[in-house]
Write a protein that binds this ligand. Structure first.
Ligand code: 6GU
Length: 275
């Protein structure tokens, strides 16, 4: 997966994503991350990229020119790489003396998706993360000030995305949030292949609580069942904890959760005990 981020604050992107799990995946070459400074594509001698809004009003608007040229630059890099991959593929096929129709060589003729981070976008969720994680390249466009000239957005954006119902000062943090959520779904990024499948949101239940040593911390003990070694009881207890957490913290999710008859009975009794 190759991430390309169009931004006025490239250091924020590269600095924020080169540690821990994502940093290791970048080192391993499972991911690449390029932050492109939109200011480098200003044709103004003061490197200006914003201007006053037509029709008046507060704040400044990012001009279409620098954004469009930054996008073209990234797109050319992607297209060149895809062309090279296809040429190499043709060479391999020639060497193997295999008959290949021309378009069987084409690895990526899909239009690269351009995600515009905006509170006006569709709200990001795990299903969208899964969908985006199947792409080979993703372009993120981060706005600042009062936004970006609508014309360039109409020309290049395929996916306007928000990360929730609150307003931030720019698209960089949302882009980083999305890159993190998408990256951990790319095969090999997590050490543990299965862990991405079995957790929060996958079956519309929140995760159960976790404990580690010491067994007693400031007079608080680890729940006894976890020390019992009885795996069936542990699984039941964890499912029940997930159900309790979901109904208390995310009552909007509990109706979508798939519960066994026993679990439904447990939930009914729990809710009754709370009345
Ligand atoms: Cl994507 N951008 C900004 N500026 N604010 C947001 C957001 C995005 N998502 C939630 N709030």
């Amino acid at each position: 997966m190759n991430f390309h981020v169009l931004t006025l604050f490239p250091d924020m992107i590269t600095g924020g994503l080169n540690t821990s799990i994502i940093g290791r995946a970048l080192e391993k070459g499972l991911l690449t991350l390029k932050a492109i400074d939109i200011r480098d594509f200003s044709e103004n001698k003061h490197r200006r990229v914003d201007d006053y809004p037509y029709g008046g009003g507060a704040g400044m608007v990012m001009a279409p020119g620098p954004v469009y040229r930054a996008y073209q630059h990234v797109k050319e890099l992607i297209d060149t790489r895809v062309d090279e991959m296809n040429q190499n593929l043709s060479l391999v096929n020639v060497d193997n003396n295999t008959e290949v129709k021309k378009d069987e060589n084409i690895v990526n003729f899909k239009k690269t998706r351009v995600i515009y981070l905006t509170p006006q976008g569709k709200v990001f969720n795990q299903t969208m993360a899964e969908e985006f994680s199947k792409e080979e390249d993703l372009i993120f466009l981060c706005g600042h000030y009062e936004g970006i000239d609508e014309r360039v957005l109409e020309m290049i954006v395929t996916d306007p995305v928000s990360i929730g119902d609150y307003v931030l000062t720019g698209g960089e943090l949302p882009a980083m949030v999305m890159i993190d959520a998408i990256s951990r779904l790319v095969p090999g990024v997590l050490n543990n292949d299965t862990s991405a499948e079995f957790e929060t949101f996958q079956d519309n239940l929140l995760e159960y609580p976790q404990y580690t040593r010491p067994e007693v911390f400031m007079e608080k003990s680890v729940p006894e069942v976890l020390l019992s070694g009885h795996h069936a009881n542990i699984d039941t207890w964890r499912r029940q904890q997930s159900i309790v957490r979901t109904v208390n913290n995310r009552p909007d999710m509990i109706d979508k959760a798939v519960l066994t008859k026993k679990e439904q009975k447990f939930l009914d009794e729990y809710l009754k005990s709370k009345e």
